[in-house]
Design a binder for this molecule. Sequence first.
Ligand code: HEC
Length: 258
Amino acid sequence: MEKDIDESRRSFIATSGKALAGVAIASSIIGGTAEDASAYSYNGGYKYQKLDPGEVGEITYKNYFKRWCASSVIAGIVEPLRRQVGGKWKDFPIDAMRWAHGGMAGWGCLCGTLIGAGTVVGLITNDTDIAEEMANDLCFYYSYTELPSYQPRKIIKTKLEDMTLAGTPVCHISVGRWMAAADKAFFSDARAERCARLAANVAIETTHMLNKWKDGRYKPAHELQFNLKAHGITSQNNCMDCHGQNVPSAEIYKTLDK
Ligand code: HEC
């Protein structure tokens, strides 16, 4: 058994070595060097003009009840861009990411609002590092802000009082903590209202970042991949949420040079 695991690990390392070499070659073709294969710019042709965060929030909120989390964040940002900028935004298929609702088709993984936000950020910034910095900052905002704080101009489903700290960008845990605090079922008007307002919050935060970036003033608020480097596994600093008192150490796994 032990031997089998070692065998498969060796073949994994061999394959990932090839994959890394592939990345280096691809990046040298588009202008990077083989040594610096991590970040590169690209141009998808989606232009940006500063948006009104209030309008973005309102559109996102209204769209939620039809398009759900991911596509309504996209709609909140793309619909005003269609009017203000036009161009490629006119044909952008807002509903192509609707599958991401409920943490990907209801599987409860990453909150769909963040998938929607990350999609537009990637289209607009044209730089893999800046997009990742914004995605990272959005995860921090989502996890460590009491939400939803958005107040709609006209309430669509129901009044709402409870706000919770998700402590994580994971849909299941975020929704579950809110349901426990509000004492509401998943299939209730209140939970739909909560996710609609949360989507508006995320779209507004994303717009603030993009507006700053447009002015050349966006600076990442948080270190990139801090958790991964600190813990030796993709995660955040909340190990005990799932592992309880017995958090396994990633240090026992042999790894490539750090
Ligand atoms: C959202 C829940 C969740 C969080 C948060 C989480 N883990 Fe895990 N982790 C799991 C599950 C589930 C497994 C699979 C365990 C198994 O199948 O035995 C796992 C597996 C692991 C493994 C590999 C299995 C082992 O026993 O060695 C390591 C190492 C690990 N986690 C470390 C961490 C560390 C360190 C953190 C915090 C930085 C963390 N985890 C946060 C759920 C979580």
